[in-house]
Design a protein. Structure first.
Length: 151
């Protein structure tokens, strides 16, 4: 199995677990003398099985990420950590830019006027550069994920 396939499987297992969680909650309590549509104890047992599958696939993905290298020689785990940092940095700058866009709420010229304390153009340029870096690292990671096998 390729890393990319394992990642898709992991995503499907997470969706299944969320669905089971909802179904357990929906069937945990019924009116007196009524029966639930599904047996919540069986659903819990199934969910625990899904958790075991999730643990197994996560460990396999992690092991593969530790030994698989990108075309540029970086270990996949390092590239994923760098991507996550870039994404957080990008998000931080986007939030800062958004915060400078305060709508005027003045009713007269005597009220306080708000002014941006950040250089929005400079932040936007940094944001654009980070977005490009994110696209590039994501492309490299995905290319590697579709080539590399997991144990």
């Amino acid at each position: 199995m390729k890393i990319a396939e394992a990642l898709l499987l992991r995503a499907d297992l997470k969706k299944k677990l969320a669905s089971l969680r909802e179904r357990i909650g929906a069937n945990a309590v019924v009116q007196e003398k009524e029966k639930p549509h599904e047996d919540p104890a069986k659903l819990i047992k199934e969910a625990v099985g899904v958790l075991g599958e999730l643990e197994d696939i996560a460990l396999r993905i992690d092991r593969a990420n530790q030994v698989t290298k990108l075309a540029d020689g970086r270990v996949l785990a390092v590239a994923v950590a760098q991507r996550d940092t870039l994404a957080q940095h990008h998000s931080l700058l986007q939030a800062a830019i958004a915060a400078t866009r305060k709508e005027p709420d003045r009713y007269s010229m005597k009220e306080i006027k708000w002014v941006a304390t950040l250089e929005v153009a400079k932040l936007q340029k940094q944001c654009d550069d980070l977005a490009k870096q994110l696209r590039e690292i994501n492309a490299a990671i995905q290319a590697t994920n579709w080539k590399a096998d997991i144990e």
